[in-house]
Design a protein around this ligand. Structure first.
Ligand SMILES: *Cc1c(COP(=O)(O)O)cnc(C)c1O
Length: 404
């Protein structure tokens, strides 16, 4: 069960007024808020043991190294990866995807095929287009239907011996659709294709078991998971990570450097050159501990309740149309009201202290699919309440009247 009062007290940022109104934060799919315990963990690092890792013999460096590697262990256990070094720290999901795409530059050949879905975030489109340009591989797009659901049969019929990579978001950031990754994995694996899963919108909402699902690659961002910005993770099976070519060089990634030849360090260090975001990684680990202290099952069922309530209340507004009607959804609702421009509605909501996202949500192909200028997206977290949803619905009705 969720103790909403206690939880809201964990997030000091929620307790403030915007334009004279209590802040209502419904932009969690863009960035989630950070609990005090994570902020403390980060400031304690800077107050007590700020130091470079893996290098110094001194006390502070050892303490920082231990905290950094503990975060890796926490994340490994949370997702049930088989080894800690299969978790690589990056600057975010975008960075993680680019590491994989660059890593395939020497593996893919002209005419090989990469399948991505029509509901991907730009971060999970552009790196694959660039990989195709470098290698002559061909990008194929698996379509969605009117409900914003991947057409699995079409996807299956696109797979062949030529398919080398299948790239799919676990949850759509624009629509909230949860993709059937078990089926996608088993279909792709039957063609010997590797699957890259973008978990940026899934990891905050439900439990994922890398080994049980036989996941090849999985990426996520800390800042959507109640942690700090500028840090994320890349998971890959050990064997697959070791096949990737390295994307950039520097200190801390090497075994031995001479001007004749450099040999590289083992996993995970060869993918973490230079000084990483040490405070960020430590904060990321603490954010995972925090969500586990509440329980992802509790989070998931409470967020579902919020989503169902909001869907029902929003549906009462005249001319409101919701995009994305998948049966399996996370707490994201994208909509428009009549012909009103989403930006205008969003700007009025802001005057009422309500933070929502408007536009194409970095997923322009979806917006093109529906032939609309964009949507208003509200995305809930376990610190939101039904009272906040009521205020938003009232505010939308007032905004609609103001704009007509
Ligand atoms: C936010 C997001 C990304 C990019 O994450 P960054 O943290 O900005 O790198 C990629 N995919 C999806 C589905 C996202 O929601």
């Amino acid at each position: 069960m969720i103790n909403i009062q206690k939880i809201r007290a964990d997030f000091p940022i929620l307790n403030q007024k915007i334009n004279g109104k209590e802040l209502i934060y419904f932009d969690n799919a863009a960035t989630s808020q950070t609990p005090q315990i994570v902020i403390d963990k980060i400031s304690n690092y800077y107050l007590g043991y700020n130091s470079n890792i893996h290098r110094g013999v001194h006390f502070l460096s050892q303490k920082a190294t231990e905290a950094y590697e503990n975060a890796r262990k926490t994340i490994q256990l949370h997702f049930n990866a088989s080894r800690p070094y299969e978790i690589i720290f990056t600057s975010g999901a975008t960075h993680s995807i680019n590491i994989i795409a660059l890593g395939y530059t020497k593996i893919l050949k002209k005419g090989d095929e990469i399948i991505i879905s029509e509901m991907e975030h730009h971060s999970n489109i552009v790196p694959w287009q660039m990989l195709c340009e470098r290698t002559g591989a061909i990008l194929k797009i698996a379509p969605i239907n009117e409900d914003g659901v991947l057409v699995l049969d079409k996807f299956k019929s696109m797979c062949s011996k030529k398919t080398k990579l299948v790239v799919i978001t676990h949850v759509s950031n624009a629509l909230g659709t949860v993709n059937p990754i078990e089926s996608i994995l088993s279909i792709s694996h039957s063609f010997n294709a590797k699957v890259i899963i973008d978990g940026a919108q899934a990891a905050p909402h439900f439990k994922i078991d890398f080994q049980a699902l036989d996941i090849d690659y999985y990426v996520a961002s800390s800042h959507k998971l109640y942690g700090p910005t500028g840090v994320g993770m890349l998971y890959g099976k050990e064997r697959l990570l070791n096949e990737l070519s390295l994307y950039h060089g520097g200190g801390e990634m090497i075994h031995q450097v001479t001007f004749k030849k450099t040999t590289y360090a083992e996993l995970p260090h060869k993918f973490e050159p230079g000084t990483p975001n040490i405070a960020g990684v430590i904060g990321f680990g603490e954010a995972i501990n925090y969500t586990n202290s509440i329980g992802l099952n509790n989070i998931n069922s409470y967020e579902k309740e919020l989503m169902e309530y909001a869907t029902k209340e929003l549906d009462k507004i005249k001319d409101l149309k919701i995009y994305g009607k998948a049966k399996d959804k996370t707490a994201i609702i994208s909509f428009n009201i009549g012909k009103l421009h989403p930006y205008d509605l969003g700007a009025i909501l802001d005057k009422f202290g309500i933070a929502v996202r408007t536009g194409h949500h970095c997923a322009q192909p979806i917006i093109d699919y529906y032939k609309i200028p964009g949507t208003i997206r509200v995305s809930f977290s376990f610190y939101n309440t039904k009272e906040e949803i009521d205020i938003m619905v009232d505010s939308l009705i007032r905004a609609t009247k103001m704009l007509q």
